[in-house]
Design a protein around this ligand. Structure first.
Ligand SMILES: Cc1ncc(C[n+]2csc(CCOP(=O)(O)OP(=O)(O)O)c2C)c(N)n1
Ligand SMILES: [Mg+2]
Length: 235
């Protein structure tokens, strides 16, 4: 099973590199950084969505809060068969729905992102909605939010996190892609995942730290995250 995922991740990487190369711009490194994490999420059964009905209210939600990694988002949907190779190469061209940051022009965009620090707040709103809809008999969908490690320097991330734990949003799964780097060098915390963990726990989250480029390890963590029965947001 993991071998198939490893092969799919190669295809995702190929799509990222061909699309950003054709565009002559974009953020290939930020996209490659989260490829294994997102390949596991997408193709090992964790992210439950109806690909033929992108606006189905019972779909799980995925917010690319680090919106500059949009080539990864598009690469995933290309591997899922929803974007052709020809269309993928229109990345960042005028009239293409595959914009440099995800916008609502692209059918599977959950929230237009790019201004860092906002995706988790949107995710909190969606997770609250899911809790309320579940009371009306609807499926309690999950909301996944992908953030960058430099992004979490934004105070709004922590405001959102404390609201998420106040409302016991255990249907919210936030991911920090710790690749040590922000736009112009090392982040304040570098590789210090212990520190991220301690801070996120202090804000009321249940946390996991995983080597994000080991698909098998990532699968194991998503298994645990989705099996957890605590009332805390997952991070
Ligand atoms: C609010 C805001 N400030 C600045 C930027 C410019 N910017 C784009 S990418 C980036 C660095 C992001 O680093 P990180 O969050 O670690 O993501 P990575 O690319 O490493 O995955 C910055 C500062 C932005 N998009 N939004
Ligand atoms: Mg980073």
């Amino acid at each position: 099973m993991s071998q198939n995922l490893v092969e799919l991740a190669k295809l995702v990487r190929y799509n990222i590199l061909t699309s950003t190369t054709a565009a002559g711009t974009g953020h290939p490194t930020s996209s490659l950084s989260a490829t294994d994490l997102m390949t596991s999420l997408f193709f090992n059964g964790y992210f439950k969505t109806d690909l033929d009905d992108a606006k189905n209210p019972e779909n799980d939600r995925l917010i690319f809060s680090k919106g500059h990694a949009s080539p990864l988002l598009y690469a995933l949907y290309a591997v899922a068969g929803k974007i052709s190779q020809k269309e993928l190469l229109t990345l960042r061209k005028f009239d293409s729905v595959l914009e440099g940051h995800p916008t609502m022009e692209f059918a599977y965009t959950e929230a237009a992102t790019g201004s860092l620090g906002q995706g988790l707040g949107v995710g909190v709103g969606l997770a609250l909605n899911s809790k309320m809809e579940a009371k009306n008999g609807k499926r309690e969908y999950k909301t996944f939010v992908l953030m960058g490690d430099s992004e979490v320097a934004e105070g709004s991330v922590w405001e959102s996190m404390q609201v998420a734990s106040h409302y016991k949003l255990n249907n919210l799964v936030a991911i920090i892609d710790v690749n040590r780097l922000g736009q112009r060098g090392e982040t304040m915390e570098g590789w210090d995942t212990d520190n991220y963990k301690a801070k996120c726990e202090a804000f009321g989250c249940e946390t996991w730290v995983v080597e994000g480029n080991d698909i098998e390890a990532v699968n194991k963590v998503f298994d645990e995250v989705l099996a957890s029965t605590t009332d805390k947001p997952r991070l």
